[in-house]
Design a protein around this ligand. Structure first.
Ligand code: FAD
Length: 89
């Protein structure tokens, strides 16, 4: 109990029969390119939400992919360059 007579917030979790949990996990793909499929943003890797970084990372990767595609005529070479030079690599 608090001084005001209310139940402390942490005790609410203990007494709730159906507590709601949101697991937060890091994820990083072993590669950004699989055949002719390229990953950007959260599909490539997922920083924890409280880092406030995911949108910048997704934008930087999309820009890196666009630059690689514009630099090479050959798609496979472009994707290989993106995989090697990506900001997240
Ligand atoms: C709670 C929370 C808070 C966050 N706070 C921040 C923050 O403050 N700052 C920050 O920079 N980042 C934050 N992030 C992370 C940020 O939201 C992501 O990193 C970013 O949105 C990733 O962009 P994305 O384009 O890769 O994926 P998304 O934004 O998830 O876009 C993927 C899109 O694909 C669509 N889609 C999925 N499956 C299919 C399908 N089969 N067919 C067609 N479309 C499909 C989805 O509906 C979605 O619109 C936060 C994330 C969470 C969960």
């Amino acid at each position: 109990m608090t001084r005001a007579g209310r139940r402390a917030p942490n005790l609410v979790v203990i007494h709730n029969s159906f507590p709601f949990f949101t697991p937060v996990c890091d994820f990083c793909s072993p590669s950004l390119v699989f055949g002719r499929a390229a990953l950007v943003g959260d599909a490539a890797s997922t920083p924890r939400p409280h880092m406030g970084f995911g949108v910048s990372k997704a934008g930087a990767e999309a820009q890196a992919l666009a630059e690689a595609l514009s630099r090479y005529d050959d798609l496979d070479r472009a994707l290989a360059a993106y995989n090697f030079n990506s900001p997240a690599a």
